[in-house]
Design a protein around this ligand. Sequence first.
Ligand SMILES: [Zn+2]
Length: 329
Amino acid sequence: MIHDASRTIELSRRSLFGLGAAIAATAVAGPVWARAPKLGTQSPYYYRFGFGETEVSVVSDGPLPLGDPSGAFLGVPKEEISVMLTRNFLDTKNVVLEQNIPIVNTGSKLIMFDTGMGTSQLFGPTTGRLGKSLAEAGIKPEDIDAIVCSHAHIDHIGGIVGTDGKPLFANAEIWLSEADFNFWTDEGKLGSNLKDFIVHARKNLLPVRDRIKFFKDGQEFLPGVTAIAAPGHTVGHTIFLISSSGRSFCFMGDLTHHQVLLLEKPAMEFAYDTDPKQSARTRIRLLGMLADKQIPVMSYHFPWPGFGNLARAGEGFRFYAEPMKMIRG
Ligand SMILES: [Zn+2]
């Protein structure tokens, strides 16, 4: 038995040496490929969760790269913005915003908030994904009962019509502030530096003019959906409280565009604001209200999927992303 055991050890040694030789041979011969190729695919661009009695499906219109932050975030020295981004492990040369579109099924209505860039390639080819994301999420455009627009900027109203200029959501009424409708469809501004925005607002809003309804500040204009005026980013920019079973979350639209820059320093100005000073005042007031009341928030431009909570921090605020729940109870 003893003799046999020592033979076994000897054999094992030999096979180990053999293995080493094989590895050495492979190194000379070149790399060993995995049995499976790299897939190069990504998960579908939707996320679903329950809130009270509602079901929320967040779909994406795709990432929107703003480029160098110095072009968009104003009133704070360039170097300071770089430090803020670096400290948060973010690219200092290209600020990328998401476009998170919540679609809320209240049980009686299917309500979509904002619509993405549509056919416009003003910010490159990664936007305009809404149709694909809806299909991935199993939502048919004709089932949308209402589209609620936070404001009439190109990345929020751009997905209402298709390439042929025809409305994509056959059965949806469209809700917007009257102030934004009048401002952004105004033909008189076609000669100004707002031209691109005016062209796209007219292209998307005029074909559905007979289906557009205007909400008022403080009005519960759809069951469980209340408008809160948040002017400054645009004249009629509005955020929304979505309430169910005694709880609410806020769809913040463009109250803040960035999870670090316009939260840590909410007085910072944003290049696309119609009235940057009013926008900053509104941002500080409403972010404060949401943080103090601990109302969860859904942000259009925050990192995917954009749902979480706000808390006061230093001279500004901090966003705490809620972990995604990939298994539903
Ligand atoms: Zn926006």
